[in-house]
Design a protein around this ligand. Structure first.
Ligand SMILES: NC(=O)c1ccc[n+]([C@@H]2O[C@H](COP(=O)([O-])OP(=O)(O)OC[C@H]3O[C@@H](n4cnc5c(N)ncnc54)[C@H](OP(=O)(O)O)[C@@H]3O)[C@@H](O)[C@H]2O)c1
Length: 269
């Protein structure tokens, strides 16, 4: 008889969720706590917010504030984890940033900041945590989950050039890292969120009903949508999903222009 609860359980697992203090990272951390993780480390720069979130999510959630946009910050997080744990079952590379400016005025700073945190950090943080991930990958695979975006799979009309490029890069980096790390029993996969309310997606946060009109299922995403996908990938249920990025988007990537009320030529339907 199939043990259904065990299929999705994260009982006793140790996880790190970068950018776990708010938004999508917090939704994932909350899900991991509910699924039975022993410890869910959350990291972000604003220490007070990290600590408040950890307090709200309960004693399994552990605050580890820090800036992971630089190699020094990444190494500091890896060193701190190595002091506390002998293995790491789940790493969620979620922390991300966006930058908007017109094509003509887009600055180099808006390119480097976004590419550093959204692409370089997931690679180097996974590299620096490789030893801990391998150590945990004994009776079950360790998991790395990269949070990209549907903007890495299709265009949106916003002037977020480096963000689009960074997320497409992360979708492909997920495939490449999966091919490499599978030999160590580390399964790498990804999540491409659609519209979820957060500081980054202020439109979904402040005008969710309006945003929902353009989404095939006619609502924005919520904590259960995000936690459900992350728990699936992190648990036994997702062990055979290797190198794939799962859109959790209410149908945007696979939708048509009909939801937006226009045909492909922009004519009203
Ligand atoms: N919300 C959406 O609709 C949506 C859609 C598609 C993809 N995504 C992706 O989902 C991820 C989370 O986005 P979100 O919407 O939840 O954004 P958010 O509310 O802005 O949260 C970003 C998180 O990352 C942390 N962070 C930012 N810079 C950091 C740094 N240098 N070092 C450590 N932590 C840092 C932030 O905390 P601090 O500021 O305190 O550091 C915060 O915890 C991102 O990768 C984003 O691209 C979001």
């Amino acid at each position: 008889m199939m043990d259904f609860a065990k299929l999705f359980s994260l009982e006793g697992r140790v996880a790190v969720v970068t950018g776990g203090s708010r938004g999508i990272g917090r939704m994932i951390a909350e899900g991991f706590v509910a699924a039975g993780c022993a410890r869910v480390y959350i990291t972000a720069r604003k220490a007070a917010v990290v600590e408040q979130t950890a307090h709200e999510l309960g004693e399994a959630c552990v605050p580890l504030p820090g800036d992971i946009s630089t190699l020094d910050g990444i190494q500091a997080l890896a060193d701190e984890l190595a002091k506390r744990e002998t293995g790491l079952d789940i790493l969620v590379n979620n922390a991300g940033v966006a930058w908007g400016a017109t094509f003509e005025t887009f600055p180099e700073q808006g390119w480097d900041k976004v590419m550093d945190l959204n692409v370089k950090t997931p690679f180097f943080l996974t590299q620096r945590l490789h030893g801990l991930l391998k150590a945990a990958a004994t009776d079950h695979p360790a998991k790395v989950i990269n949070v990209s975006s549907i903007d890495g799979m299709k265009n949106n009309p916003w002037d977020t050039y480096s963000y689009h490029a960074s997320k497409a890069a992360l979708v492909h980096l997920t495939r490449r890292m999966a091919a490499e790390l599978v030999k160590d029993n580390i399964v790498v996969s990804g999540i491409a969120p659609g519209a979820f309310p957060s500081e980054m997606n202020k439109a979904a946060k402040n005008a969710g009903d309006l945003v929902a009109k353009g989404i095939p299922v006619k609502r924005i995403g919520d904590t259960l949508d995000m936690a459900g996908g992350a728990i699936f990938l992190a648990s036994r249920a997702g062990d055979y999903v290797v190198g794939t990025t799962l859109p959790i988007d209410g149908g945007i990537v696979n939708g048509s222009m009909r939801e937006r009320g226009v045909d492909p030529l922009g004519n009203a339907l």
